[in-house]
Design a binder for this molecule. Structure first.
Ligand code: HEC
Ligand code: HEC
Ligand code: HEC
Ligand code: HEC
Length: 287
C-alpha cells in the first residue's frame, strides 16, 4: 500500500537506507512497522517469477534457488571462485576467449582469468551445459538428477558463448588498476590512485577486515555499499601487484541476478539500476 504512492526508484532508495540501518546492527531500534515496510518493498525485487525462476520450465521441482545455490556440498576449491554455495560445477576459465585478445588500443586494465561471479553466470550463460546440471538437485540426497531443462539457446543473447571478445570486459581491473599504489597495505580505507583517470573513483570499505570496493551510483545513499551501487569484486592475481586483493569488474558489477525489477518498470536485464541516460555506464566511465 505504501508502495503505490512511491515510484520504485524511491522505494529502492528507502530499501537501501533500511538495509544500511540493518548493516549497522541497530536491529533493536527497528520498529515492527519498519520491518513490514522492508518486506513489502522486497516483493518488488525477487527471483520468483523472474527470468531466473527456472521452476516453470522444469518437471521435477517448484524450487527456485536450487538452480544456483545448494545449502550443502556446494562447489569447492578453486572452482568455487568466491560465489556463495554454488550448486553447479563451474567451467574451466581457460575455456574463454578474453576481451583483451581484441587488443583495443585503449585498454589499460589487466584481465585475470575469468572467475568470481562471472564464472557463475557463465555456468549457464555460455550455453555449454544444461541448466539442470546441478551438484545437488532438490530432494535428491546430493545427486544431480536431471529436471528436464536443457542448455540455453538463442544467439547472441542470452547465450554469450565462450568468445567474450564481443562482451563488456569482465575479470578486469577497475580503472586500469593502480589502487594499490597509494594503499600498499591493501586494507586501508583510502580509495587509492586510478591507473586510468577516465573513471570515477571507487569507494573502499572494510568488511571483516577484508577490503571491498564499489562505485557509488546516483541511486540510493552515497555513504555505504548498496545493491544499487556498481559492485567491484576483490580478487588477486600473483602476476598483479604481488597478489594483493584489488577491485575487479565482473558480471555482478552491473547485474544483480536476484532482482528482475530492481529499478522499476524501466528496468531490464537484472541491471542494478535503471539505465536511463546510460547512468550505469557513466557511474564508472567519466564520459
Ligand atoms: C540464476 C542464479 C541464481 C538464483 C536462481 C539465485 N541466486 Fe542467489 N546468488 C547468485 C549469484 C551469482 C550470487 C553471487 C552474487 C555476487 O557475488 O554479487 C548470489 C548470491 C546470493 C546471496 C549472497 C549475496 C546477497 O545478495 O545477499 C544470497 C543470500 C542468495 N544468493 C540467496 C538466494 C536465494 C534465497 C535464492 C532463491 C530465492 C537465490 N539466491 C536464487 C545467483 C542466483
Ligand atoms: C563497474 C564499472 C563499469 C561499468 C558500470 C561500465 N564499465 Fe565499461 N569498462 C569498465 C572497465 C574497468 C573497463 C576496462 C577499461 C580499461 O581498462 O581501459 C571497461 C571497458 C569498456 C570498454 C572498452 C574499452 C577499451 O579500451 O577496449 C567500453 C567500450 C566500455 N567499457 C563501455 C561501457 C558501456 C557502454 C557501459 C554501460 C553499458 C559500461 N562500459 C559500463 C568499467 C565499467
Ligand atoms: C541456472 C542458470 C543461470 C545462471 C547461473 C544465471 N542465469 Fe541469467 N538467465 C538464465 C535463464 C534461463 C534466463 C532466461 C533466458 C530466456 O529468457 O530465454 C536468464 C536470463 C538472464 C538475463 C536476461 C533477463 C531478461 O529480463 O531478459 C540476464 C541479464 C541474465 N540472465 C544475467 C545473468 C547474470 C549476470 C548471471 C550471474 C550473476 C546469471 N544470469 C546467472 C539462467 C541463468
Ligand atoms: C559493464 C556492465 C555490464 C557487465 C560487466 C555485464 N553486463 Fe550484461 N548487460 C549490461 C547491460 C547494460 C545490458 C542491457 C542491454 C540492453 O539494454 O538491452 C546487459 C544485458 C545482458 C544480457 C541480455 C539480456 C537481454 O535480454 O538482452 C545478458 C544475458 C547479460 N547481460 C549477461 C551478462 C553476463 C553473463 C555477464 C558477465 C559475463 C555480463 N552480462 C556482464 C551490462 C553489463
Amino acid at each position: 500500500m505504501i508502495l503505490s504512492s512511491y515510484n520504485n526508484q524511491l522505494a529502492l532508495k528507502l530499501k537501501g537506507a533500511l538495509e544500511n540501518v540493518i548493516k549497522t546492527r541497530n536491529l533493536a531500534g527497528l520498529t515492527v512497522g519498519t520491518a513490514l515496510f522492508l518486506t513489502s518493498i522486497g516483493a518488488n525485487a525477487q527471483v520468483v517469477g523472474s527470468a531466473h525462476d527456472l521452476s516453470p520450465d522444469t518437471t521435477g521441482t517448484d524450487q527456485v534457488c536450487a538452480f544456483c545455490h545448494t545449502p550443502h556440498g556446494a562447489a569447492t576449491g578453486a572452482s568455487a571462485a568466491g560465489v556463495p554455495l554454488w550448486n553447479k560445477t563451474l567451467p574451466n576459465p581457460a575455456t574463454y576467449t578474453r576481451y583483451s585478445t581484441l587488443n583495443t588500443a585503449t585498454l589499460d586494465g589487466a584481465e585475470t582469468e575469468v572467475g568470481s561471479v562471472s564464472l557463475a553466470c557463465l555456468s549457464c550463460h555460455d550455453g555449454t551445459q544444461a541448466r539442470d546440471v546441478l551438484i545437488n538437485s532438490p530432494g535428491s540426497g546430493m545427486t544431480g538428477t536431471a529436471l528436464g531443462v536443457g542448455a540455453m539457446t538463442g544467439t547472441p543473447v542470452p547465450v554469450l558463448g565462450t568468445d567474450l571478445t564481443d562482451d563488456h570486459p569482465v575479470s578486469i581491473q577497475y580503472a586500469g588498476g593502480g589502487y594499490l599504489i597509494s594503499d600498499p597495505d591493501g586494507v586501508g580505507t583510502n580509495a587509492g590512485a586510478l591507473g586510468d583517470p577516465d573513471f570515477a573513483a571507487a569507494t573502499k570499505g572494510l568488511v571483516n577486515a577484508q577490503p571491498n570496493w564499489w562505485v557509488d551510483s546516483p541511486v540510493g545513499a552515497g555513504t555505504q555499499r548498496e545493491k544499487v551501487d556498481m559492485l567491484l569484486y576483490a580478487r588477486s592475481d600473483p602476476a598483479l601487484d604481488g597478489g594483493a586483493l584489488q577491485p575487479f569488474v565482473e558480471c555482478g558489477s552491473c547485474h544483480d541476478p536476484h532482482n528482475a525489477s530492481t529499478a522499476g518498470a524501466g528496468s531490464v536485464a537484472f541491471l542494478r539500476i535503471q539505465n536511463s541516460a546510460s547512468q550505469i555506464c557513466t557511474t564508472c566511465h567519466t564520459k
